[in-house]
Design a protein around this ligand. Structure first.
Ligand SMILES: NC(=O)c1ccc[n+]([C@@H]2O[C@H](COP(=O)([O-])OP(=O)(O)OC[C@H]3O[C@@H](n4cnc5c(N)ncnc54)[C@H](OP(=O)(O)O)[C@@H]3O)[C@@H](O)[C@H]2O)c1
Length: 256
């Protein structure tokens, strides 16, 4: 498969991994469908990428709204309707505090976005991906939090465990269609993730990333591009990516 004139559909392209992924695929000559809730950011991205010669279609989209998802897919211009790669990236963590202190609405928002939103978009695009067949791929953004528990991970980590298992189960159903599925699971990455998680606490975000070398959005975008452009007979099931300066801690033990 060649890079030229393939189309990638990206959710959450207004920031972080999603925006970097749009830039990475556009640089390789792919058509890009960039979606997210913040229209002005999508417009800025489109202007920038078009200036660099890219074909980009933008659509304001909240992935939690399944009717809106179906409409965005149905309204894709003909030149952008043959999807080769879906990057299910839109997602968020909220409520870094322990479960017993969490506002229930924050749990619902994570479930609605990271699980319901991801299945909404997947369901809407499966027919197009299956039409594309060999060489098509779905790249789902999981997280190390889906595999490794940590305090304050509660529903966020559980939602990413869903992403992992859903990815594997999709592979079973898509066997024979040619469509690949990959769970890309990054660790510490410097995006707006922590700003969102802390509801706008810039100093908390700065503290988390300072004095170390977290993954950058471009690092993850490069791996997403890599898995989507492998030979069509190759499927990476799960790719876990950590910064070299991140690892695990010992088990916590409650003592008298
Ligand atoms: N940064 C990390 O450490 C890390 C590690 C592992 C996995 N991840 C995962 O990577 C993905 C991208 O996160 P990021 O780090 O790039 O964070 P980010 O910079 O905050 O970007 C998140 C993106 O998701 C979009 N989004 C959030 N809610 C949405 C909704 N309801 N509908 C549509 N779009 C929505 C946001 O766009 P709008 O607000 O404009 O809608 C934004 O473009 C997420 O799934 C996250 O869980 C992040």
């Amino acid at each position: 498969m060649t890079d030229h004139q393939q189309t990638v559909f990206i959710t959450g392209a207004t920031s972080g991994f999603g925006r970097a992924t749009a830039e990475r695929f556009a640089a390789a000559g792919w058509r890009v469908v960039a979606t997210g809730r913040r229209t002005e950011r999508l417009e800025a991205l489109a202007t920038r990428l078009r200036n660099d010669g890219a074909d980009i279609h933008i659509a304001t989209l909240d992935v939690r709204d399944s009717d809106a998802v179906q409409k965005v897919v149905a309204d894709l211009p003909a030149a952008f309707a043959n999807i080769t790669c879906l990057v299910n990236n839109a997602g968020l963590a909220l409520a870094p505090e322990p479960s017993q202190s969490v506002d229930l609405a924050d749990w619902h928002t994570m479930i609605d976005t990271n699980i319901t939103g991801l299945v909404n978009v997947t369901h809407a695009l499966l027919p197009a991906l299956i039409r594309t067949g060999k060489g098509a791929s779905i790249v789902n953004l999981g997280s190390v939090a889906g595999q490794w528990p940590y305090p304050g991970g509660h529903v966020y980590g559980a939602s990413k465990a869903f992403v992992e298992q859903f990815s594997y189960n999709l592979r079973c159903d898509l066997l024979g269609t040619g469509v690949r599925v990959t769970d890309v699971a990054p660790g510490l990455s410097q995006t707006e993730f922590t700003l969102v998680r802390t509801k706008g606490d810039q100093s908390a975000s700065d503290r988390l990333y300072s004095g170390t070398d977290p993954l950058q959005p471009e690092d993850v975008a490069a791996q997403i591009f890599h898995v989507a452009t492998l030979p069509e007979h190759v499927n990476i099931n799960r790719m876990e990516i950590m910064a070299t300066r991140q690892a695990w801690s010992p088990f916590a033990i409650d003592r008298d």
